[in-house]
Design a protein around this ligand. Structure first.
Ligand SMILES: [Fe+2]
Ligand SMILES: [Fe+2]
Length: 470
């Protein structure tokens, strides 16, 4: 989470950097030379230690010398794009032997930086190209049959399973508490850990799940969404796994007290009267009390319980429960307050408001009055999500339509995410089209190749964006 990136991530990021540089500049350009030196240094460290370097692409995952490379939300963009470069050439694995030198890297990377020529199977064409360039220490091969299956299926399936399971645990736990049944803390813990690990493993896919509309049980879906967003933000802020677990726990059960409030009040259209409002505003107190009823509650994280109590307090303490003595709303509660506001904005839980697009929800948070949310956390959240968050459906100035799959690895390019193209300018659906980096420039004019013209509503086009993020 902190410190130097692991070797595997470093070498892949360097290779992608060199491919990009070669696509943009002539070979003698300083940027190209620098990026090639970086590849040489990164590869050398691995070759020296491990006597070889192999890269595998399997579904959505990448492995370097058999170790799975962890993609965090920011590397994700570069590495997902690099994975596409491999796939485009039909490459499932690449092996470099210990004698691989800088000339081999140069020749290999410029070969894969070139689009595959039409007419020949791409892998054979690449192998022939490498031979003609005199590359002998680097070889490429097809994907392993072990991993065959539709692209991205594994990770999307795993994310969906974790999501569905968490919704079920949240529902069982809350319904059980209403019926006065003691529900074991262990099961809840396992569900929270599954969310934490899935977010750490593949944050972009998990964030894409926020747009799943397969469940009609609003309160449980909201709980799981807030857990995903909170854990992703906690990871972005550098929390360790233990802290992420506590935060995820608090997020999953932040509204547990609502089960004591009549549905008629929770779903009421229009303004609440004083009595109804008094009830609703007690859900943090109810929630805290209910957590004491959980079997094995002594083991529940204390900070998580506190966050349930504090999540509507607001940093300026103008929220509820009202406080008598001056105190500080805890960090977990501040995170949950922010992520739940975002989730409520993009969802149609309340029939009184139409859901807004993810980019509109981000805009609202940035413009929120001071005192409502923690300013620093808003900044971190926007940096993490980008101006156009994962799963936003966008129309590009080329006329293409696409789904945001990751923020740009360059934190300065907040409004230029990575977009998977799903329809061509003439409106024809291309399904799982290529992933495009919106910072890509046209080498002739120097202008951006693609920019976002506007976001749009997936419902209008019958598109399920969650299908396209992995
Ligand atoms: Fe909530
Ligand atoms: Fe709440």
């Amino acid at each position: 989470m902190t410190g130097a990136p692991p070797l595997g991530t470093g070498v892949l990021a360097a290779m992608y950097g060199a491919v990009r540089a070669m696509q943009l500049y002539p070979a003698e350009n300083e940027v190209v030379k620098r990026s090639l030196r970086e590849v040489g240094e990164q590869a050398e460290r691995i070759l020296e230690h491990e006597g070889g370097l192999s890269v595998w692409v399997a579904g959505n995952y990448m492995f370097v010398n058999d170790l799975q490379v962890r993609l965090d939300l920011h590397d994700y963009a570069a590495l997902a794009a690099f994975r596409e470069v491999f796939r485009g050439h039909g490459v499932g694995r690449m092996e470099a032997d210990p004698k691989t030198g800088s000339e081999d890297w140069h020749a290999f990377l410029s070969a894969i930086a070139t689009d595959p020529a039409p007419g020949q199977p791409p892998l054979e064409a690449l192998q022939a190209d490498l031979a003609s360039r005199g590359v002998t220490h680097i070889s490429v091969g097809p994907p392993s049959p072990m991993f065959q299956g539709s692209e991205g299926e594994q990770s999307l399936d795993a994310a969906r399973r974790t999501y569905a399971r968490s919704v079920k645990v949240a529902r069982d736990m809350m319904e059980g508490l209403v019926l006065g049944k003691a529900i074991g803390a262990r099961r809840a813990e396992r569900a929270v850990l599954a969310v934490v690990d899935q977010v750490l493993q593949d944050p972009a896919t998990m964030l894409g799940m926020l747009t799943l509309r397969d469940f009609d049980d609003h309160s449980y879906v909201h709980s799981v969404n807030v857990a995903i967003l909170s854990v992703a933000l906690g990871d972005y802020l550098g929390f360790n796994r233990e802290q992420l677990f506590e935060l995820g726990f608090a997020a999953l059960f932040h509204d547990i007290g609502k089960v004591l409030i009549p549905q008629a009040v929770l779903n009421k259209m229009g303004w609440l009267n004083d009595e109804e409002w008094r009830l609703v505003s007690q859900h943090p107190d109810f929630g805290l009390l209910m957590l004491f009823n959980v079997e094995g509650f002594e083991d529940l994280p204390y900070r998580a319980m506190l966050a349930v109590y504090e999540h509507h307090m607001k940093p300026d303490l103008s929220g509820y429960p009202r406080v008598i003595r001056r105190r500080r709303q805890g960090l977990f509660a501040r995170i949950i307050a922010l992520t739940e506001a975002y989730d409520a904005a993009i969802s149609n839980y309340s029939k009184q408001f139409l859901p807004c697009s993810p980019d509109e929800a981000i805009r609202q948070l940035r413009e929120a009055e001071s005192g409502a949310y923690d300013k620093v956390l808003i900044r971190a959240f926007v940096n993490m999500m980008g101006i156009f968050p994962v799963a936003t459906l966008v129309i590009l100035d080329t006329g293409e339509m696409g789904v945001v799959v990751a923020p740009n690895p360059n934190p300065k390019a907040l409004n230029r995410p990575l977009v998977r193209i799903i329809a061509s300018p003439d409106g024809e659906r291309v399904g799982e089209g290529p992933i495009r980096d919106l910072t890509e420039r046209d080498p002739e004019t120097g202008g951006y190749r693609r920019s976002i013209a506007r976001s749009t509503d997936p419902g209008r086009y019958g598109i399920n964006v969650a299908d396209h993020v992995a």
